[in-house]
Design a protein around this ligand. Structure first.
Ligand code: SF4
Length: 320
């Protein structure tokens, strides 16, 4: 029997992919949503809405790093001490090195750092691997053939297009992974207009975050988020920035260097190579300050780019 499983993020492309599968009336259709623990509440609500509105069951899964954290505790307590790391740092790391149940935070505690554009281990650890281990492999063990529907589009971003076209296999709409598992990308060549037209045609509203200045839906913020998007997030959802601020404090304690900023200081145009880096001086608040500035990062925008209230703002022209 063939199982049709759509990987859902709560974003426009995975939603359009689900809608294509539904319109084609494929058998055994379901969705899987890998909850990173770092999504906006409206995205969680939207995934629930999608299940209700389409009638397609969406399974929620989460990565679990409790074993990795247990091994890291042992490593800190033995190897760090043998290496002469001061007791005050070892004890502080051990105090925070306990599973919180939040996948994104637990991943960063385990690694002692946040992911970045150059070290984007988050996608694999929080989404790809849990989906394979918790959903695909059990189905394959039962002898099922699986079509894994993925909302990948070539024109999503220039960087992604380069990446995809650089890997011959990924640019295809279908490829065989093995063991009865196939990846299927039905909207690979769609434009963003096609994506929102599919929403409209099927009577499904887009994730409301697209009406609140967000160009992409995913982690809040994503390590790849743009300057404008960070400014929008800070203006509209300060509680998300506060959460990242607290996570920086915890992950810094779990780090041997005693510092771990959400955005790498290499991306901070105001940082100097001679700066002593700390969460207090180079953390999320400083990046938010920079995001509020005009091009070049030295002057504050005199023309307010960011609405101070919840006015509609859509990069895709979705506001009425
Ligand atoms: S949305 Fe961004 S931060 Fe979240 S897993 Fe994907 S790349 Fe990482």
């Amino acid at each position: 029997m063939t199982q049709n499983v759509v990987s859902m993020s709560g974003g426009k492309d995975s939603t359009a992919t689900l809608l294509v599968a539904q319109a084609r009336e494929v058998p055994n259709l379901s969705g899987v949503f890998a909850d990173t623990g770092h999504e906006h509440p409206e995205t969680y609500e939207y995934v629930r809405y999608l299940e209700r509105a389409t009638g397609v069951p969406i399974r929620w899964i989460r990565a679990d790093f409790s074993q990795q954290i247990a091994r890291k505790r042992l490593f800190i307590d033995t190897v760090w001490r043998e290496q002469g790391v001061p007791d005050i740092i070892v004890d502080a790391a051990l105090a925070v090195m306990v599973p919180t149940g939040n996948p994104f935070l637990d991943l960063c505690l385990w690694k002692g750092r946040f992911p970045s554009t150059k070290a984007r281990f988050c996608t694999e650890e929080l989404k790809t691997t849990p989906i394979i281990e918790q959903v695909m492999l059990p189905l394959m063990d039962q002898g099922e053939m699986i079509l894994s529907w993925q909302g990948v589009r070539l024109d999503e971003s220039h960087a992604r297009r380069i990446r995809l076209q650089g890997t011959g296999a990924c640019v295809k709409a279908v490829d065989e992974v093995g063991g009865g598992l196939f990846n299927y990308r039905p909207i690979l060549r769609w434009t963003v207009q096609d994506v929102f037209e599919a929403h409209r045609y099927m009577g499904i509203k887009p994730n409301p975050l697209y009406l609140q200045g967000m160009t992409r839906v995913g982690c809040m913020p994503c390590v790849n988020c743009s300057k404008d998007e960070l400014a929008q997030i800070a203006a509209r959802f300060p509680e998300e920035i506060a959460r990242v601020r607290e996570w920086e404090r915890l992950v810094a304690l779990a780090s041997k260097r005693g510092s771990a900023t959400f955005f790498p200081t290499a991306n901070d145009p105001m940082a100097s190579p001679t700066d002593a880096i700390s969460v207090e001086t180079h953390g999320i608040d400083r990046m938010v300050e920079w995001a509020r500035t005009s091009r070049g990062g030295r002057q504050y925008d005199l023309i307010a780019r960011i609405p101070a209230d919840d006015r509609c703002s859509s990069a895709y022209g979705l506001c009425e």
